[in-house]
Design a protein around this ligand. Structure first.
Ligand SMILES: *Cc1c(COP(=O)(O)O)cnc(C)c1O
Length: 477
């Protein structure tokens, strides 16, 4: 299996060749040359596999240049109840992603039982083990540099902690994260994890990362890399739980289902799109946004209008507060019939701060064939959904999952079972839960009292030279 760029101008590469990199050299994103197809016989054989077994058969179709035994070892080490055992006390952790039925035909797929209580662990934990394996083979090192306002940074740190050949330098805005988020990251004692609190906002931290990444000589000399949401390894790992959720919610492979996906960078739902392209019977993919509704607007009207960071709202589902959906280009490549030249034309507008509109073109008609639906949800909707679910079923959900459930119930075709992806646990968003329910969410036992642990963090002004000096100093020994 080879990987090609959505912009059509980069040489084809293997899975391991693109694993440690980011964008393709032509500015596009990597995708398989052709999606592997899953036969009916395979679906039948896969129905009763464990999560790790399923991950192995699915990922074997993508990571074709990793020897089967090695891939199996990596996967078996990743998808265990020890790694994904932090969720609700009554969850069946042996399933890794247990399915919780709310009412007949309406389910929650628990993706948030990993160490940072968000679905990003599902892929990031695998990435940590894959990175370590690939770096070992190439006798290489990697220094991951990132900026976070919460979720991604902690997921990356918990995936990379203690890994050979890897260091993580994670920037966060000083004093801007919740006490729980700070404790999660800053209490890590692993010597390969460096937390840097920047005196400034998240955007200042992100600008510093960009400045270092744009210094190509420094970047190469210091082996700087990233783990952002466009990484193909992350997208491919997310395909697995669509299969797992489908099997758990159906009795036979003749049935179709709907998935509802709280969306920001389009990474999660992109994996669902690919699962459907492989042949998984998904009748509907429902995309949910919060007040930052750039993707909802596209699926309703055909206009893709990224808003720019100064028109992005801060909401109570913060991990969906995006202005530009970095993985969206992957879907558009399929939508325009895998025409790299067309993608270059569309993104020449987007990259210059503009927009595009496919309404009235052949692509608007093509869109209908992909079976998407979409909707948006507001702070008041979140409070209402969280309250209703708690009162009716005694199940507490987080703000992002509430966006997904609200839009999913609104947009589903009633004939299809609805599987809502749970992307975080309520314990991460205590403030809004208290606002909705007047009580605090339960916290997994292992994380009780985490705020009282000693913390390790280096505080720094938003100064690129100081950041470079800090990195240089810490990788020289
Ligand atoms: C990252 C994240 C999302 C959005 O996922 P995308 O892949 O960026 O669309 C939704 N919910 C939570 C809790 C997240 O951490």
């Amino acid at each position: 299996m080879k990987y090609i760029s959505t912009r059509g101008l980069a040489p084809a590469k293997t899975f391991t060749e693109i694993l440690l990199g980011g964008l393709a050299p032509d500015g596009g994103l990597y995708l398989p040359e052709e999606y592997p197809k899953v036969t009916r016989a395979e679906l039948d054989a896969w129905r009763n596999l464990s999560y790790a077994e399923l991950a192995f058969v699915v990922l074997s179709k993508f990571a074709t240049d990793i020897p089967a035994n090695d891939l199996k070892t990596i996967i078996d080490r990743t998808y265990t109840a020890k790694v994904y055992g932090y969720g609700r006390a009554d969850s069946d952790f042996s399933q890794i992603t247990p399915l919780r039925t709310l009412s007949p035909g309406v389910h929650l797929l628990e993706l948030s039982n990993g160490p940072t209580l968000a679905f990003k662990d599902m892929a990031m934990q695998l990435l940590g083990n894959l990175f370590e394996y690939a770096l070992d083979k190439q006798h290489q090192e990697l220094n991951i540099l990132g900026a976070t306002s919460g979720d991604t940074g902690s997921a990356a740190e918990y995936a990379m902690r203690g890994k050979r050949g890897i260091r993580v330098f994670m920037l966060s805005p000083n004093g801007k994260m919740s006490a729980f988020q700070r404790a999660q990251m800053y209490s890590l004692k692993d010597p390969n994890i460096y937390n840097i609190a920047i005196n400034g906002m998240f955007d200042d931290a992100q600008d510093m990362v960009k400045a270092v990444s744009n210094d190509h000589a420094y970047k190469a000399a210091h082996k700087i890399g990233t783990v952002n949401s466009i990484n193909w390894g992350r997208v491919s790992a997310q395909i697995v739980y669509y299969f797992k959720g489908y099997f758990a919610a159906t009795k036979s492979n003749d049935e179709e289902v709907a998935f509802s996906v709280p969306s920001g960078n389009f990474g999660n739902i992109c994996a669902g799109h690919i699962a459907r392209m492989m042949g998984l019977p998904i009748g509907q993919l429902i995309l949910a946004t919060n007040e930052n509704d750039v993707l909802d607007e596209f699926f309703r009207t055909g206009a893709y209008r990224p808003r720019g960071t100064d028109h992005t709202y801060e909401t109570s589902s913060p991990s969906m507060d995006i202005s530009k959906a970095s993985n969206f280009e992957r879907f558009v490549y399929d939508l325009v019939g895998r025409d790299g030249e067309k993608v270059r034309e569309l993104w020449s507008k987007v990259d210059a701060g503009g927009a595009f509109d496919i309404r009235g073109t052949e692509y608007w008609h093509a869109l209908a064939k992909f079976n998407f639906a979409s909707g948006r949800s507001t702070h008041q909707d979140r409070l209402k959904t969280i309250r209703e679910l708690w009162e009716e079923y005694g199940v507490m959900i987080d703000t992002h999952t509430a966006d997904g459930l609200k839009v999913g119930l609104e947009q589903r075709r009633p004939s299809l079972p609805l599987i809502c992806l749970e992307t975080a646990l309520p314990a991460k968003f205590e403030e809004t839960i208290v606002e909705a329910l007047g009580r605090k969410p339960e916290r997994p036992k292992a994380l009780e009292g985490i705020e009282d642990l000693p913390q390790r963090v280096h505080v720094m002004d938003a100064d690129v030279a100081a950041l470079k000096a800090f990195i240089s100093e810490n990788i020289s020994h």
